[in-house]
Design a protein around this ligand. Sequence first.
Ligand code: SF4
Length: 410
Amino acid sequence: MTTSCHHPLPHYVPVETVISNPKALHNTDRKKQERHMMQCGDRPQGCEYCWKIEDIAKDNISDRVYKSKIYSDEDLYTAFITDPNEDINLKTLEIAFDRTCQFACSYCNPAFSTQWVTDLKKNGPYVELISDGRNHFTHEHETSQRYKPKETNPYVEAFFKWWESDLHNTLQELRLTGGEPLMSPHTWRLLDWFKENNTNTDFAMNSNLGIKQEDLDKLISATQHINNFHLYTSCEAIGNQAEYIRDGLDWEQWKKNIHKLLSEGNLSGFHMMCTINALCLESLPEFLDYCIELKEEFGRDYPTFTLNILRFPSFQSPLVLPEDIKTKFKNNLQKWLDKNRSNPVLHEMEINQTQRLIDYLDVVKTPHSEAFDSPALLNDFEKFYSQYDQRRNKNFTETFPIIGEWYETL
Ligand code: SF4
């Protein structure tokens, strides 16, 4: 599947097209038609999100403007006059080779994690959920993995053909995601390429960093051959609460892995992506303290953190919590911010993101415009975590003393 950004729905790339022309991974017939439409001043429907923002008011700036900032005016003019059927090389590309992952985080699903597939295969679908319209917890999403791990995957082969021939000359940034990319043999093949070849392309990778020591050592050694390597990892709570949310995580080992990577790896950036869900709020301030400790040891960019508020699955949103608990967490976060606001290791963006989350907990009442009403979300919260506890051998009430008391009343 391919899409030009995260707003339009991805569309299928016919396999026969990439076998004869690897650039068809991106240059699909559909995108060529859409290019032609834009050159004629028409609006492809997939970009509706941005048109709507621009139509609200004359000065509104939509995401397509921000995303186009990597192109000069000259580049944009060239795009305007170029034959829409030409195969264009990319400037930025995010790619997932497969969905192999050793974690099964509560907010993830089988489309992105083979561990999630294992849960559904072993225990069957989660039952009695009302708001799971996309069947994230009832369906194994086999279409997310059309080729078995040992089978030749023509899409992956097409990527390497394109990358090795000329993509590495034009791409400004390549970002690898998953699953867990370090569990994919294709990632190691790409890292080997960096060892033997030169490119100016920046390389970024998402990783849960719950990897084996030998893989961590191999990654550290591979980073020595990459000019500009950024690693993005995720967590948002501490100790057993983090292990509950991100099933598969070993908190102490994860911290050791980070320490080793930052001490021995050649990293131009290290980023902590926090997925702000209902459960993490209990220990989020302590987690942010941990980020500050790292910054104080390794420098203010190691890590930078972002607080990304979870909207799907909506029953895991922080907004399902009752007002008194939400207020308590909001006040804890406010105290954390008041204490750390003038700490020089914090970036303005991190302060703003923390303030934004405090405001969100204060003002916003529904996770997103199409979210189910509160009784349905509360039903799903209780039904989901009671099944998650049984399947994953966990105990919600013992793990989350504050939320657990309320959970017992559902
Ligand atoms: S580590 Fe990432 S891909 Fe794996 S289960 Fe968690 S969120 Fe999903």
